[in-house]
Design a protein around this ligand. Structure first.
Ligand code: GLA
Length: 376
């Protein structure tokens, strides 16, 4: 972590001939449980991973922002007076979006020279985008001496992604990138934004396994799921007072209105309602130290995402199934939006090495693909 931060500063010196005024980082994340619940005003339990995006900054000329993406060997440049998206350098849209949102809030920004450097795998469902948003927000804030509280930073970063980049994500990723603490999970109530840090089980490691499958379908399918959830709210909300989102639908209400919902909507709704329950149950189990029972909920969550929400894929299923008979694994599930990306596994300390070897081997035998493993 310190190495990458130093490398970012070093690159800044050699590219711009000056010391960066600061190097700001934000971590990627993995979600332990609570998937596709954030945009339904529900509950999530992500944790930061030990991989970061770093952004260095020093004052630039006039209102010019120059950014260098070290990992892509690419550069982009824009003026603060006229910020638009840049299809040729899409990675720079995150920086542009943050600058635009901050300016829109009435902050006068000065030009900046920046270097972006990170080790959060891109497109793997580990929120490299939230990490670059939050890191560049921290960089602009520090350069312009703007004081932004972490929760406000999360909301601004999300606005940059929703309004400027054009991805209709929920709040989970930006929230944990801004407020997460290493070695702890972050419980978030995505309606009230009430949150608290949760101890991870002792003697276990959070192990992330990357399918290395690109998530081609992810954005259209994601938006489709959002619309299906809204449809469910419309139907149930006509019959039940106070149903503003799927968060408000109790298991009893779901049973009562089951027959009124089209079959696909039945399953989507069942996922969200049961997943919210699983997150709440998880908090109790984790505070009681009942890791085995929590692990079972991870498997249940995966099954629900596979069958009811239909956002898993063969590669993710292979990885989760492969853990069923492995010793030392409490639980496993797909994590993030789905259709590729990663699984999250809770593995006993002493079994991590054996797990890593076994899972990559089984995965290769079934898919002819090489999985990557990151131990948090
Ligand atoms: C993506 C989005 C999040 C969340 C997850 C699914 O990571 O950015 O807001 O909706 O998918 O849980």
């Amino acid at each position: 972590m310190a190495d990458l931060r130093n490398a970012t500063a070093e690159l800044h010196r050699s590219l711009y001939g000056c010391e960066p005024q600061g190097v700001h980082g934000a971590a990627g994340r993995v979600n332990l449980i609570g998937e596709h619940t954030d945009y339904n005003d529900g509950f999530v339990l992500p944790t930061p991973i030990d991989r970061h995006v770093w952004v260095s900054a020093s004052p630039g000329a006039g209102d010019r922002v120059r950014a260098h993406a070290a990992d892509m060997g690419d550069r982009a440049e824009f003026r603060l007076g006229s910020i638009g998206r840049d299809p040729e350098h899409p990675w720079s849209d995150y920086i542009r979006g943050v600058a635009k949102v901050l300016s829109g809030e009435g902050h006068r920004l000065t030009g900046a020279d920046m270097v972006v450097h990170g080790d959060v795998p891109i497109g793997a469902g580990l929120s490299s985008s939230a990490a670059i948003l939050v890191a560049s927000l921290r960089a602009f804030a520090s350069l312009n001496r703007i004081n932004i509280a972490p929760e406000a930073a999360a909301h601004l970063a999300r606005r940059a992604e929703n309004e400027f980049v054009g991805v209709q994500c929920g709040i989970m990723d930006q929230f944990v990138a801004s407020l997460g603490e290493h070695g702890k999970a972050l419980f978030i109530d995505c309606r009230s934004y009430e949150h608290r840090h949760v101890e991870l089980p002792r003697g276990y490691r959070v192990v992330v396994v990357n399918t290395m499958k690109s998530r081609d379908l992810a954005s259209s399918a994601y938006n489709e799921r959002r619309l299906q959830c809204m449809e469910a709210v419309q139907i149930i909300g006509k019959r039940e007072a106070g149903v503003a989102s799927l968060r408000d639908v109790s298991p009893g209400m779901l049973v009562k209105h089951w027959a009124e919902l089209p079959p696909v909507i039945q399953r989507r709704t069942r996922h969200v309602v049961t997943e919210n329950q699983r997150v709440q149950e998880s908090l109790e189990l984790l505070s009681d130290g009942d890791v085995e029972a929590f692990g079972e909920l991870m498997y249940d969550s995966h099954e629900s995402l596979h069958h009811d929400y239909e956002v898993s894929c063969r590669e993710l299923d292979v990885l989760v199934d492969a853990t069923q008979d492995m010793r030392g694994v409490a639980g496993a599930r797909m994590t993030g939006a789905g259709f590729g990306g990663c699984t999250v596994n809770l593995v006993e300390d002493d079994h991590v090495e054996r797990f890593t070897g076994a899972i990559t081997e089984k995965y290769f035998r079934s898919t002819a693909k090489r999985a990557e493993v990151y131990v948090a």
